[in-house]
Ligand binder design. Structure first.
Ligand code: TYM
Length: 322
């Protein structure tokens, strides 16, 4: 299968990004052809400070490599290094009904929070569709919040194929059932916009503090509790081994525990889980040229692929001669 996904450099990556998406990139790279990119053009809809965007784009590359994305197995690149995708976006835009974009939750939600809605924010799913279609992707590993955007992509591809010729492959979202919507420190979906994130590369002491401050329910210690409705347990099951997770679930069902104990187990498990990646990141940060070389080689491979798809599209819709 051909697998593709993108991630915005709008802040440092958090546990939701990792378990919902990045972990899938890393697992799938061994058996499938992977294209993974840092979506800096999408990030422009929220970040307007050039130096910050540059810094976050570099951080994103370092983070992905440190977490285990292997440039010998998968293609890692920066979205804007493939201008063919922006060309394809325009072509798709000419076949996009406004109503389709008006129904997108991400747009409706941002608008409801009072963000000025510019055309970039509104047409964001069309750029995302071009990202996916430009590489003939079959699978798109993502969290739940991106599923609607992938549906939009399928709609656009279907209507283009129907109107012109069968040029696009229809992609499918790929979700992990236990991590499609990782909760944040307040129990809502973990998201930069809700200020409830825990960073993958955040200082472990800071992480522990955030965990210790997480609100919990106020039922008596003796009472048995349902693990599946508790966000601390939902987070723990992402880090623990199967036997640790089973033990934790039994503890909840038995009752008689304090949340302090669960929080400590979660902080310990998270620190252990990411410690190797922390060390790798520190090492990689001293080799900026290596990272630049990886991104340059990735962009070259990605452009080769995107330009063949763009050629097909331009032929089909009459932009180029037969
Ligand atoms: P972004 O940058 O917001 O998030 C990157 C990935 O992390 C997932 N994610 C989560 N998964 C589970 N639980 C959470 N709490 C959580 N928070 C974030 C997201 O679902 C996503 O998979 N539009 C995309 C970037 C993009 C893209 C693409 C993705 C641009 N072009 C093409 C796939 C294909 C976005 O904003 O993701």
């Amino acid at each position: 299968m051909r697998v593709l996904s993108g991630i915005q450099p709008t802040g440092r990556f958090h546990w939701g990004n990792y378990f919902g998406a990045i972990q899938q990139y890393i697992d799938l790279q061994h058996e499938h052809t992977g294209y993974y990119f840092i979506a800096n053009l999408h990030a422009l809809t929220t970040i307007r400070e050039p130096e910050l965007l540059r810094q976050l784009t570099r951080d994103a590359a370092l983070d992905l490599l440190a977490l285990g994305l292997d440039p010998d197995k998968a293609t890692l690149f920066v979205q804007s290094d493939v201008p063919e995708v922006s060309q394809l976006t325009w072509i798709l835009m000419t076949c996009t009904p406004l109503g389709l974009l008006e129904r997108c939750h991400a747009f409706k939600e941002k608008k409801a929070r009072g963000l000025t809605a510019d055309a970039g924010l509104f047409t964001y799913p069309v750029l995302m569709a071009a990202d996916i279609l430009a590489y003939d992707a079959n699978w798109v590993p993502v969290g739940q919040d991106q599923v609607q955007h992938i549906e939009v992509c399928r709609d656009l591809a279907t209507s283009f194929n129907h109107h012109f010729a069968e040029v696009f492959v229809l992609p499918e979202a790929r979700l992990l059932s236990n991590a499609a919507k990782v909760p944040g420190t307040d129990g809502e979906k973990m998201s930069k916009s809700y200020d409830n994130t825990i960073g993958i590369f955040e200082d472990p002491k800071q992480v522990r503090k955030k965990i210790m401050r997480m609100p919990t329910d106020s039922r008596a210690m003796e009472e048995p509790k349902d693990p599946d409705t508790d966000h601390l347990y939902q987070l723990f099951q992402l880090f623990g081994s199967p036997s640790e997770v089973q033990e934790m679930a039994e503890l909840y069902r038995r009752g008689g525990f304090g949340y302090g104990q669960i929080k400590k187990s979660l902080a310990d498990a998270a620190e252990r889980y990411f410690s190797e990646a922390h060390a790798r990141r520190n090492e990689l940060a001293n080799r900026p040229d290596t990272v630049d070389d990886i991104l340059r080689a990735g962009a070259k491979r990605a452009r080769e692929q995107a330009s063949t798809v763009l050629e097909r599209v331009e032929q089909a819709c009459g932009i180029t001669a037969n």
